[in-house]
Design a protein around this ligand. Structure first.
Ligand SMILES: NC(=O)c1ccc[n+]([C@@H]2O[C@H](COP(=O)([O-])OP(=O)(O)OC[C@H]3O[C@@H](n4cnc5c(N)ncnc54)[C@H](O)[C@@H]3O)[C@@H](O)[C@H]2O)c1
Length: 347
């Protein structure tokens, strides 16, 4: 709670390289994605700290492994001063969600710093203070609001990612543009030929991050519901992420296509706006995949959605036009009918 009150003081640092001047060595535990051992600079940096390597991925967030992780972390930090302890999380969204949760509950809360290593985490998940664990088969059922004191964005680390990671993050970037941008910003943004997605993401990172904070600050604990608009594309996105084992970012792209098509179908969005948006999706090779999906699992995942209102209804985020959203309760059965209409094949 206290950490979220510090939202206005979040410190975002942009730097080229990961270096030891970032913070002191004592009482710091680095929780990091061990894939990053491939990067000599990161490996060298981490070796100077007490560190806890983890495998990135949804399994890291699985609550069933949590007690084991905490026992390991207790052993590693036995000599630490708790009042001065900091967890430095280096990795993508799964490492950030996991480490944030650890920081919020370990000895009733220790300081937290994020070093996002994927575009998705740099644009989205490292900001806003949501932490999460999964209770299989559902995602993010356990969590806290716990804002990091600092988020350090390292250009070299982000640019080292393969193309699939930048493609992943496009969904979250497009989402924030639809939520907070204007038609002219949309047109301007995509006017030029797309040469380098890394550069495109980097150039738009500060705007995307500050746009997210503007929404989060109005409803830091998701009490008024305003913050829920950030879930545009996520209702179906989470279903597909679980059912089709898609990356979070690609599933959100799919969820966005569905939400925008439904907005058009419900006559909330004009054909012209729909066209403008999908032109850009096509340019980025974002296409709706309409494979088979289990009806039973779809309904059961939707029932566990955090936007579930009871009575088999969820709050769904529709888009009217750029910067104009409508949050509306929909019946899960109507969502399923719309999925069928759009071409999903239920088994
Ligand atoms: N807390 C929030 O507000 C929030 C918001 C959005 C998403 N999320 C969560 O974030 C997670 C998805 O994030 P993610 O896609 O970053 O997942 P991730 O942490 O699993 O990373 C994806 C992959 O990228 C690899 N990777 C990490 N850094 C790399 C680098 N520099 N170069 C190459 N590969 C690298 C990882 O090893 C992993 O294989 C999901 O669990 C989602 O629920 C949370």
């Amino acid at each position: 709670m206290e950490s979220m009150e510090k939202l206005s003081k979040v410190n975002i640092v942009y730097t080229n390289k990961l270096n030891e001047k970032i913070l002191k060595k004592e009482n710091v535990l680095v929780i990091y994605d061990q894939f990053l051992n491939h990067f000599p600079d990161v490996k060298k940096f981490i070796s100077k700290y007490t560190n806890y390597p983890v495998d990135a991925g949804e399994e890291l967030k699985n609550i069933e492994h949590f007690a084991g992780h905490i026992k390991n972390i207790l052993n590693l930090t036995a000599e630490f001063s708790v009042s001065d302890m900091t967890i430095l999380a280096i990795g993508g969204g799964t490492v950030g969600d996991f480490s944030g949760f650890v920081a919020s509950v370990f000895k009733r809360g220790v300081k937290l710093i994020h070093v996002p290593s994927t575009w998705l985490s740099a644009i989205d998940s490292a900001h806003g203070g949501k932490t999460a664990l999964n209770v299989p088969p559902s995602k993010n059922q356990i969590g806290t609001f716990y804002q990091a004191q600092k988020i350090i964005i390292i250009k070299e680390l982000l640019f080292s990612q393969p193309p699939e990671r930048s493609f992943d993050a496009l969904g979250e970037l497009l989402k924030i543009l639809l939520l907070c941008g204007t038609q002219s910003k949309w047109a301007q943004f995509f006017k030029n030929k797309i040469k380098n997605k890394n550069q495109l993401l980097w150039d738009n990172l500060p705007w995307a991050i500050s746009s997210k904070y503007k929404i989060v600050k109005k409803d830091p604990f998701e009490k008024s519901g305003l913050r829920q608009i950030l879930n545009l594309g996520h209702t179906l996105g989470h279903v597909l992420e679980l059912e089709w084992s898609m990356s979070h970012g690609v599933a959100v792209q799919q969820g966005l296509c569905f939400a925008l098509n439904w907005s058009l179908q419900n006559k909330l969005m004009t054909k012209k706006t729909h066209h403008l948006i999908f032109d850009v999706f096509t340019k980025f090779e974002i296409h709706q995949k309409l494979d088979q999906i289990s009806l039973k699992n779809t309904e059961s995942i939707l029932l566990k959605d955090k936007k579930n209102l009871g009575n088999s209804k969820v709050n769904f985020i529709f888009l009217k036009s750029f910067g104009k959203v409508i949050r509306e309760p929909v019946k899960i059965s109507d969502l399923v009918i719309e999925m069928r209409r759009q071409g999903y094949k239920f088994t």
